[in-house]
Design a protein around this ligand. Structure first.
Ligand SMILES: Cc1ncc(COP(=O)(O)O)c(C=O)c1O
Length: 377
């Protein structure tokens, strides 16, 4: 099997597995319990909090552990709405993850006005439209640092500063950048930052919301006093300890992704272009994550391509959704106004630190024949 779907999720790193092992075995205490045995788990949570905080350059007190990116995003929307109830406007982009778009839709159903800032053909955000969208009525501006489908980066540092100048809360969905490229949180501009463990070799079902504790963001989940009363529920110790170890591992990621992952991705794109005609790479001229390639094969249906690739042992995905039997381009490719013949032939390759050049060779051996055979049927 060749795993090329690391923007969907990543394998658990060996170091992470080792770090969590004691908590799957002898260290099972509830960290809130009042005896020495439980201290080992509460100390482990504190260590993980420091490790995740260090990864994004904030104080440990700013980290709230959650069940993942989706919960963090929901919490940011919940908190922004609760803290500024008099403001009735929300700004997002057209290419956000479904978690953000769904939170924006919920707000709309509750009477909010929502602005969807568009992107161009390469997935770059329309920065003029962004600035124009920020008003005194804006409760939250929520944007991803990197797009999960195309890897295209938004200038979130600049955007957060623009929001801050106007006293507007900014939420950054950093799920796809953490552990891939340098990402430091400017606490002043970025009111909320969402992170997800399983995108950087931690177990699934853990994430974090970064938010200054002095903001007193009201919790989404009510209940016990865990996470300083900011997220109730007995801590997911396995996930949290794993996330901490993964954050530690991620320190060398920016250098490693530049030195070995980007060349692998660039070589894949160059060789695919040589092997197949009528192929494009979405967002290729925009600033992009070094690990992501959204290949668009004209007149080769993505669903069939992925099924054949699967039979050959390649795990890849596409951005397209299948609604009532008819393939539709993903909302991201549609927002980029990619012509349908290309958008319906999408195959996303996303690498991790564990992919190797021989895996790219294997892919190149197959892809030309595969695409051509599908075009003839
Ligand atoms: C950009 C982005 N935001 C949010 C999420 C949701 O994260 P999680 O799977 O941890 O809920 C994902 C995961 O697919 C993502 O790619």
């Amino acid at each position: 099997m060749i795993y090329f779907d690391n923007n969907a999720t990543t394998p658990i790193a060996p170091d992470v597995r080792e770090a969590v092992r004691p908590f799957l075995n002898e260290l099972y205490a509830n960290p809130s319990s009042p005896y020495g045995f439980a201290r080992k788990t509460s100390v482990a949570v504190a260590t993980a909090r420091e490790q995740v905080a260090t990864l994004v350059g904030v104080r440990p007190a700013a980290i709230i552990f959650t069940s993942g990116g989706t919960e963090s995003i929901n919490t940011a929307f919940h908190a922004a709405r609760a803290l500024r109830p008099e403001r009735r406007h929300i700004v997002v982009s057209t290419v956000e993850h479904s978690a953000t778009l769904a939170c924006a839709r919920r707000a709309e159903e509750a009477g909010y006005r929502v602005t969807h800032v568009p992107v161009d053909e390469d997935g770059r955000l329309d920065m003029e439209a962004y600035e124009a969208s920020l008003t005194p009525d804006t409760a939250l501006a929520s944007f991803m640092a990197a797009n999960n489908e195309t890897g295209v980066l938004f200038p979130v540092t600049e955007m957060a500063a623009q929001a801050e100048e106007r006293n507007i809360f900014f939420h950054c969905d950093a799920t796809q950048v953490a552990g891939k490229i340098p990402f430091g949180v400017d606490q002043r501009g970025m009111t909320f930052v969402s992170l997800s463990g399983h995108k950087l070799h931690a177990p699934k079902g853990v994430g974090a919301l970064v938010v200054d504790p002095t903001l007193n963001a009201p919790p989404l989940l009510a209940g016990g006093d865990q996470e300083g009363g900011r997220r109730a529920g007995t801590e997911n110790i396995i996930g949290i300890v794993g996330f901490g170890a993964a954050a530690e591992l991620a320190h060398n990621a920016p250098a490693l992704f530049e030195q070995s992952v980007r060349p692998l991705r660039d070589e894949l794109e160059r060789r695919v272009s040589d092997a197949v005609d009528r192929v494009r790479m979405a967002g290729a001229t925009a600033p992009r994550l070094p690990n992501t390639s959204m290949l668009l094969f004209a007149d080769a249906p993505s669903e069939a391509l992925l099924a054949r690739l699967d039979m050959l042992g390649f795990c890849c995905s596409s951005g397209s959704a299948c609604t009532s039997g008819a393939a539709e381009p993903s909302h991201v490719l549609a927002a980029m106004r990619i012509p349908p013949e290309y958008a319906l032939g999408a195959v996303r390759i996303s690498f991790s630190r564990y992919n190797r050049p021989d895996e790219v060779n294997e892919f190149i051996k197959e892809i030309g024949t595969l695409v051509n055979s599908l075009r003839q049927t």
